[in-house]
Design a protein around this ligand. Structure first.
Ligand SMILES: [Zn+2]
Length: 199
């Protein structure tokens, strides 16, 4: 009889631990596509939420990839998965990636680390659950890197928008120009969008 109890205990220990929160995941980083895109074992392709690294063909792109590779490749990371849209338009999982401390607790926010290291800018995409403003408030790192990014325009037009405007979302990242205020936009020759009425 005692043998059966021992066997039962042994089997229970083999079962994977239940995650603390249903929206959390963790896994080993098996591939780094570029600065802001990685593959996590058991999860799939992950796009770091609300930050944007240069593409590989752009200035700084290879350096951003190298930074992410050095920090994350082969390491265990925690993921906070976006619960609103979940996936971006390329089908990648939108996440905050966090380092894992030596004691197994959640460590530094890698999305922030990438920005603080100069390998990404903050792009606060509003259709996900995350607000990058909170990341720097809670860490005390850096000054607010997005305070001067209130409105966005395109170098191809003369309109400026709230970043969440549907027309703003059509602007190619390469053509984005950011303004800290309406006066800033107007002094650069831009006029308010008639859809989102930025003020
Ligand atoms: Zn607009």
């Amino acid at each position: 009889m005692r043998r059966w109890i021992l066997l039962f205990v042994a089997l229970a220990l083999l079962l994977p631990p239940v995650p603390a929160l249903f929206d959390e995941a963790k896994g080993i980083v098996t591939y780094v596509t570029d600065g802001d895109t990685i593959t996590v074992e058991g999860v799939g392709v992950v796009r770091l939420a609300d930050v944007d690294s240069p593409e590989l063909a752009e200035t700084g792109g290879p350096e951003a990839k190298e930074y992410t590779r050095k920090q994350l490749l082969g390491k265990l990371v925690f993921l906070d998965l976006d619960n609103i849209t979940g996936l971006d338009r390329y089908g990648r999982k939108v996440c905050i990636v966090s380092m894992v401390n030596d004691d197994g607790s959640v460590g530094e926010n890698f999305n922030c680390m990438l920005v603080d290291a100069g390998h990404a800018t903050v792009e606060d995409v509003k259709d996900n659950e995350f607000d990058p403003r909170e990341w720097w408030e809670t860490t005390g790192l850096n000054t607010d890197p997005i305070a001067d990014k209130k409105f966005v325009g395109s170098t191809e037009s003369d309109k400026y928008h709230y970043p969440e405007c549907r027309w703003a979302k059509k602007i190619s990242p390469n053509n984005e120009i950011w303004f800290s205020s309406s006066d800033d936009a107007k002094s650069n020759g831009y006029v308010p969008c008639k859809v989102c009425h930025p003020t």
